[in-house]
Design a protein around this ligand. Structure first.
Ligand SMILES: O=C(O)C(=O)Cc1ccccc1
Length: 326
């Protein structure tokens, strides 16, 4: 709509990797961008309508799933993923001026950043104590406060460049040079993004209890329809010990027959299944579809079944069950 500006929340403050992900969304460049102090606060802004969408981290190639995000989108008012963004990650260690590496005792950063710099920390500052931070940028900016209780922070190189008052004590300190984090743009439920042929579908499936083979049945809904999975992780529901849900990414779009059919199967097995969206893959890799799981094959199969039921309804016109339900 001309004249109306969209509002995007993100895990802030300015300078987080999440902000870098948001800046890859062309729309967001002209939009109002609102930093939030944690993932839940960013998603709450979408739920209460004060933001149209929120960018949050969901998965890292080294450290795995961002549990705060996986849990926050799995329950509460429904949300939808409408886009994913990949950001290559590299880290620096910054400190207040005058502090040398040998003086660093306490280091703050986001938990995922700390976990990705273990080898460097063990080698260069083995005695350092970890102080959890809400984000990498928040930890770095905290160093500029009078009453800061730590000596250094791990953050993005951009934050160090924008704050020359911080001194860089280590560059490229990540254990894995190819680390990539995946971020998701989340909105309230609405029209699904259009099919592109290179899409991903995310669902949350509570594991039915006391049912041997339940996980196998869940996986079979995808396997038997030729749907590939790119991520599956279990998380405790938090209700009681031993109660889990699975967070699953599958290749394909809910509008494709094989994916829609798999979703219907999941709902039969686990009626609490939550659809979290179908959206274009960031790497644009087209999903290969075998002929027997194509939309055309599903449509031909349905037509065949309908033709059988049609023939039965003619035969049973005198009022059989088949003629009433066909
Ligand atoms: O804290 C940040 O900068 C974030 O955006 C979260 C995060 C932390 C570490 C790796 C990737 C994303």
């Amino acid at each position: 709509m001309p004249g109306s500006s969209r509002t995007y929340a993100f895990l802030g403050p300015e300078g987080t990797f999440t902000e870098a992900a948001l800046l890859q969304v062309p729309d967001a460049l002209q939009a109002v961008r609102v930093p939030a102090s944690n993932v839940n606060a960013a998603l709450d802004r979408v739920r209460d309508g004060s933001a149209d969408a929120a960018m949050v981290p969901i998965e890292n190639s080294v450290e795995g799933g961002v549990t705060a995000t996986l849990d926050a989108i799995a329950s509460g008012e429904e949300l939808r993923i409408i886009r994913e963004v990949l950001v290559p990650i590299s880290f620096v260690l910054v400190a207040r001026p005058g502090i040398g590496l040998e003086e660093v005792r306490r280091v703050s950063t986001h938990g995922h950043a700390w976990a990705q710099c273990r080898l460097w920390v063990d080698k260069h500052i083995p005695e350092a104590e970890y102080v959890p931070g809400s984000s990498t940028a928040a930890a770095a900016l905290g160093l500029l406060e009078q009453d800061c209780t730590y000596d250094a922070a791990i953050c993005a190189p951009l934050v160090a460049r924008e704050h020359p008052e911080l001194s860089v004590l280590g560059e490229d300190i990540g254990d894995n040079p190819g680390a990539v984090t995946r971020f998701i743009l989340v909105s309230r439920p609405g029209a699904l993004p259009a099919r592109t042929g290179a899409d991903k579908t995310t669902v949350v499936v509570p594991l039915p209890e006391d049912r041997p083979g339940a996980l196998m049945e869940i996986l079979d809904q995808f396997a038997s329809r030729g749907v590939n999975l790119s991520r599956i992780e279990s998380r405790p529901t938090g209700q009681y010990l031993g109660h889990y849900f699975f967070s699953i990414d599958a290749d394909g779009h809910a509008g494709e027959a094989r994916v829609g059919d798999a979703l219907a199967g999941l709902h039969r097995i686990s009626p609490g299944t939550r659809f979290l969206g179908s959206y274009p893959r960031a790497d644009k890799q087209v999903t290969p579809v075998a002929a027997h799981t194509s939309d055309a094959a599903f449509s031909a199969a349905n037509t065949w079944v309908q033709s059988i039921l049609g023939a039965e309804s003619v035969a049973g016109e005198s009022g059989s069950e088949a003629s009433r339900t066909a």
